[in-house]
Design a protein around this ligand. Structure first.
Ligand code: C2E
Ligand code: MG
Ligand code: MG
Ligand code: MG
Length: 279
């Protein structure tokens, strides 16, 4: 009885594994087709100054216009693309759209783009990025890149070279999801990082049982940023209470649904700004 139960369970497990493997293969094939169709676009989310709500920049967030499943967030497919280099191709398509947008929009502050660790590690990443920025006619001083702690620690000498090359050409770096990785406090100061983005888990934690703990962690991150002389952005701000608390703790900038959801930037098909002017 016990044995046959075990066999049933292991057959069920096999079937689930097979189904999952097939799903991933499908997704990979879909992703390759989507790359050919260039079915990716940036959605922009505002980053604001907490004291007065002024928009200082935007984060460009990748969306896949999937034919059946609609706009897909990176979390749904980035794992599949990271194992085979597809995410790099997606990133370049995405960045081109972002830089074209940047080139055609005066004002509106900076735009930050996300870079996967494996992509950031590729040898010519900085020069290729700077080349695309200039080919699109965008101002590198209005571009920032978001990387995570893993990206820094992976191959520190190379990360330093890449960040320095970008920095020398006007592109600032932000550390995304700060506090969730292996925070390398001892050598954070060696990297040209201009801003820490406080992970949204700490901001969410301000309300509820983990209030005191979240408060203490956010204070520590802000003290670190102040010591390094760099900015901080609170991520995932959803309530006025979270926004006020961050501001009172000395966090200057915030991002989250309270200030604006990510929005598509491309106009709907066959609609031009002139239509509005004429109407
Ligand atoms: P991230 O860089 O930490 O981006 C913030 C995520 O939090 C976004 O999810 C955003 O939609 C979401 N968010 C913003 N405000 C709120 C809020 O108030 N509450 C909650 N619950 N969520 C909020 P999204 O767009 O699904 O992106 C997920 C991750 O995918 C990003 O995390 C980033 O690591 C990665 N990613 C985004 N765009 C790109 C890209 O172009 N290339 C690469 N390689 N990765 C990207
Ligand atoms: Mg980000
Ligand atoms: Mg983040
Ligand atoms: Mg993230």
């Amino acid at each position: 009885r016990a044995k046959s139960g075990g066999r049933d369970r292991s057959m069920l497990f096999d079937a689930q594994m097979r189904a999952e493997a097939l799903r991933l293969l499908d997704l990979e094939a879909d992703l390759r087709r989507a790359i050919n169709r260039e079915a990716f676009e940036p959605w922009m989310q505002p980053i604001v100054r907490l004291s007065d709500g002024e928009v200082v920049g935007h984060e460009a967030l990748l969306r896949w216009n999937h034919e059946q499943q609609g706009p897909l967030s990176p979390d749904a497919f980035i794992g599949v693309g990271e194992d085979n280099g597809l995410i790099e191709q997606v990133d370049w398509l995405m960045y081109r759209r972002v830089f074209e947008w940047l080139a055609s929009h005066e004002g509106g502050g900076y735009v930050s783009i996300n870079v996967s660790p494996s992509h950031f590690r590729s040898e010519d990443f900085a020069s290729r990025l700077l080349g695309l920025v200039s080919a699109c006619g965008a101002d590198p001083n209005r571009l920032r890149i978001e990387i995570t702690e893993v990206t820094l620690l992976d191959d520190a000498p190379r990360a330093l070279r890449t960040l320095n090359e970008l920095r020398e050409n006007g592109v600032y770096a932000l550390l995304d999801d700060f506090g969730t990785g292996f925070s390398a406090l001892s050598y954070l100061h060696r990297f040209p990082i201009q801003c820490l983005k406080i992970d949204r888990s700490f901001v969410a934690g301000l309300e509820g049982e983990s209030h005191m703990e979240s408060l203490a962690l956010i204070r520590a991150i802000l003290a670190l940023a102040a010591t390094l002389g760099i900015d901080a952005v609170g991520e995932g701000v959803e309530t006025a209470y979270q926004s006020d608390t961050l501001r009172d703790l000395g966090c200057v900038y915030g991002q989250g649904f309270l200030f604006g959801h990510p929005q598509p930037v491309s106009p709907p098909a066959l609609h031009y700004p002139d239509d509005d002017a004429a109407a």
